[in-house]
Design a protein around this ligand. Sequence first.
Ligand SMILES: [Zn+2]
Length: 100
Amino acid sequence: MANRHLLPRNTEAYGGDFPLCPWCKEPPYSLALPLDAVLAHLQRGFDHWVERSDDGSTDADIVCDCPSCAKPFAVALKSSGVALLPVRTAADLRLMEGRP
Ligand SMILES: [Zn+2]
């Protein structure tokens, strides 16, 4: 896979710090999480670790678009804080595979 397809690093925030978008590094203050996604995440266990593959697909229940740059990331809520994992949209994956 070419370097231009590499994903940025995850961002994490613990101890009450506010996380930064892994794509644009802005704090997504106005991000709203869908309650059904939060409940699905919690149902799997508060400290269930969210998986993210190298191709950018994820098993995360909570996937949001950054309010600043509109790129998608998965939200992993933990009892100690939060991690934001950059992911790919279905459209991104199709584009990278050369499919319409
Ligand atoms: Zn962003």
